[in-house]
Structures are given as structure tokens and as C-alpha cells.
Design a protein around this ligand. Structure first.
Ligand SMILES: [Cu+2]
Length: 209
């Protein structure tokens, strides 16, 4: 090997090593939430296929499913909404599933404490969820300006599933005002491709009467 060649090899080696280290640091920072869409948190719940499948089962009480209007109404002051990102019953990976409905209108009552449970069924993409005031259509970089409408109406991105294990996170918030809002995925390009649904807050029909 000539002197010139070995310098070249060394230079290429250093560049590759620097790139590798840079990528590792970036990946670490992404996982720890220092870059990207907010904190990742360190406390994902990891669920198996059986637990994931349970999220599709409609409970006997507290929920009204309307398949014609593609909506799910949650009764009561304390509601629990299981949401699957990229659910198995659609080929459109840019979608949310609630009890098997795809991007349904979610209806809750004003004043309710809502707990969203998001699980990611996608094996090659991260997804998150936020309830926002912005209306579609969403630009490609929608995460740049979408602000959550209620405090904590947000779940940070969940990693893709691996080997039959699925990541899940929950967050609770109080719906303090009526109106039509949207739940969207804030990952770049996802809401733009249709990963969103309506989130409607109505007056409690029982209390209003
Ligand atoms: Cu997404």
C-alpha cells in the first residue's frame, strides 16, 4: 500500500466511524426524547399480541359504536379510549383504530376525564397521538404547529413493534370545553396522509336534559 493510499483509507475510516458515532448519538437522543417529537419517556408498557387483541374488544358498557357514521361515543365522567396505531384490520398504515373502526369520530362529554391508551401495531414506523385544534388538511410538517387543545392530550411517539411485542403508553386529560377537535399523528407526513380523526366534545346529554 502506498503512503497516499493508506492516508486515503484512514480518512475514509475516520469519516465512517464519525458517521457511525453520530448516528448512534442521534438514535440515543431520539429514544431519550431530546430530539424529535418530545420526550419518549422511559416507561413504556410492553404488551403481547393477546393484550393488543383485547384492545379491539368492545366493552359491554360505556360505549356506543356507530358503524354507519364511523363513530364511537364514550359515556360517563371517566372514559378509557384504547387506540391502536396502524391497526391490523386495514392496509392503510397511516390510520388509527378504535374497536376496529378506522379513524372514527370519537365523542366524549364535556368535563370527562379521558384516558387514551395508545399501542403501536406497526412494525416499521413510530406513531404518536395528539388532540389538537387545527383542522385538516394537514401539511407534511404538521408537527411544527399543531398544539394540543387540552393539557396532556398527547402521547409521545411509540417505537415500532418487535417480535410480537408492542409498545403502549397512556395519558389522561380533562376535556374542559365543547367543540370539534382532531386526534392526529404528529410524525412527519402521517396526518398529511390521513392519519387523523375527529374528536368531538359535547355537553353531557343526561345533565343537559
Ligand atoms: Cu403516525
Amino acid at each position: 500500500m502506498t503512503h497516499k493510499k493508506s492516508i486515503k483509507t484512514l480518512a475514509v475510516g475516520i469519516i465512517l466511524a464519525a458517521l457511525g458515532i453520530g448516528m448512534l448519538i442521534y438514535a440515543f437522543r431520539t429514544v431519550t426524547g431530546q430530539v424529535g417529537y418530545g420526550y419518549y419517556g422511559n416507561n413504556f408498557t410492553v404488551i403481547d399480541k393477546k393484550a393488543l387483541d383485547k384492545m379491539y374488544i368492545v366493552p359491554k358498557k360505556g360505549v356506543k359504536i356507530d358503524k354507519i357514521h364511523n363513530s364511537v361515543e364514550f359515556y360517563g365522567k371517566n372514559v378509557s379510549i384504547p387506540i391502536v396505531a396502524s391497526p391490523k384490520n386495514t392496509t392503510d398504515m397511516y390510520s388509527f383504530g378504535v374497536y376496529g373502526l378506522i379513524n372514527p369520530t370519537i365523542i366524549v362529554y364535556k368535563g370527562a376525564k379521558v384516558t387514551m391508551h395508545l399501542a403501536n401495531e406497526d412494525d416499521d414506523m413510530s406513531h404518536n397521538i395528539a388532540v389538537v385544534n387545527n383542522q385538516p388538511p394537514y401539511p407534511y410538517m404538521s408537527m411544527m404547529y399543531n398544539v394540543r387543545i387540552f393539557e396532556n392530550s398527547y402521547i409521545p411517539p411509540l417505537p415500532e413493534s418487535k417480535g410480537g411485542k408492542y409498545f403502549q403508553l397512556s395519558n389522561s386529560f380533562t376535556v374542559s370545553q365543547t367543540g370539534t377537535f382532531y386526534f392526529i399523528c404528529q410524525i412527519m407526513g402521517h396526518a398529511y396522509r390521513g392519519m387523523y380523526g375527529k374528536f368531538v366534545v359535547i355537553d353531557n346529554p343526561i345533565q343537559v336534559k
